[in-house]
Design a protein around this ligand. Sequence first.
Ligand SMILES: *[C@@H]1O[C@H](CO)[C@@H](O)[C@H](O)[C@H]1NC(C)=O
Ligand SMILES: *[C@@H]1O[C@H](CO)[C@@H](O)[C@H](O)[C@H]1NC(C)=O
Ligand SMILES: *[C@@H]1O[C@H](CO)[C@@H](O)[C@H](O)[C@H]1NC(C)=O
Length: 144
Amino acid sequence: MANFKELLLPMLALCILYPLAYAVNEDLLFIKYHIHITNDMPPDFPPYIPALSLHCKSKDEDLGEKELSEHQDYTWNSSINDFRTTLYFCNARWEKKQRYFVAFKATRDEHRCRVYHNSCLWSVRGDGIYFSNNNSTWTNEYPW
Ligand SMILES: *[C@@H]1O[C@H](CO)[C@@H](O)[C@H](O)[C@H]1NC(C)=O
Ligand SMILES: *[C@@H]1O[C@H](CO)[C@@H](O)[C@H](O)[C@H]1NC(C)=O
Ligand SMILES: *[C@@H]1O[C@H](CO)[C@@H](O)[C@H](O)[C@H]1NC(C)=O
């Protein structure tokens, strides 16, 4: 019965750890996350600054096409579903640029977007779509 002894510890660990991990995720399901997308395209394109077009949706919700003027902040809230499959993706268009990006994904963002008022922050700039989870450091996660 050497096999049984070898399995006992991992099985015991699983029985203890699994409900713990589950409890942590349960708590995350009560959080309301705020997704922010700001139009920070450079203003130096005279004579017109075209609006940034954004179309965001999830599997069961279409947020519709939005036109963002300069520095306008577009925001919505989302919580995480029981299966942690919550996912919003957006199509951004500005003149000839076009990019799909994932604005909120439960498995990617449930922890990193808790840092700053439970917010996922996006800034659409000349060279890409930047992410920040603390409104201070920004990284270009979706270059365009
Ligand atoms: C999102 O949540 C914030 C803070 O709870 C609230 O002020 C705001 O009205 C909510 N926005 C929408 C679109 O429900
Ligand atoms: C991020 O910081 C800027 C500049 O301080 C501020 O105007 C903006 O409201 C902040 N964003 C959020 C979502 O709090
Ligand atoms: C913001 O987040 C970045 C990346 O996680 C980190 O390096 C930086 O120190 C944070 N800044 C503040 C003011 O918390």
